[in-house]
Design a binder for this molecule. Structure first.
Ligand code: THU
Length: 128
């Protein structure tokens, strides 16, 4: 599974986003340590605080299928280049990776893909 293929799945699932309030669709696709992929999109609610981000939707999908380790996640919004995960989703990614330094976060900048590690996006992360 290439980064380009992961991103294509994130692009495709962003079309299913339910985001009538923000009008900010997001799609995400996770690659797990078992080599499987799981997608998610954001879905909003009239009670705005109940919104679920694309990343956490994808993670929940992976967890429900028995997965525990995320190797990479591609994230896409048609509205914004370099659409990195929000702070809450960074912490949730931390929960389900082997090492922050090894989890790749892939975003789109123009036609190019850019890769961060979770360690770059969430330095000094909290673990219970
Ligand atoms: N959103 C995501 O799905 N992922 C992010 O990392 C940032 C924000 C969603 C939540 C909300 O539906 C919309 O984007 C605007 O914040």
């Amino acid at each position: 599974m290439t980064n380009e293929e992961l991103m294509q799945k994130a692009v495709d699932v962003s079309k299913n986003s339910y985001s009538p309030y923000s009008k900010f669709p997001v799609g995400a696709c996770i690659l797990t340590d078992k080599g499987n992929t799981y997608v998610g999109c954001n879905f909003e609610n009239g009670s705005l605080g109940m919104t679920i981000c694309a990343e956490r939707n994808a993670i929940g999908n992976a967890i429900a299928n028995g997965e525990r380790k995320v190797k990479a996640i591609a994230i896409y919004s048609p509205n914004q280049d370099n659409c990195t995960p929000c702070g809450a989703c960074r912490q949730v990614l931390h929960e389900f990776c082997e090492r922050d330094e090894e989890l790749e976060v892939i975003v789109k900048v123009g036609e190019e893909l850019k890769t961060y590690t979770l360690a770059q996006l969430l330095p000094e992360s909290f673990t219970l």
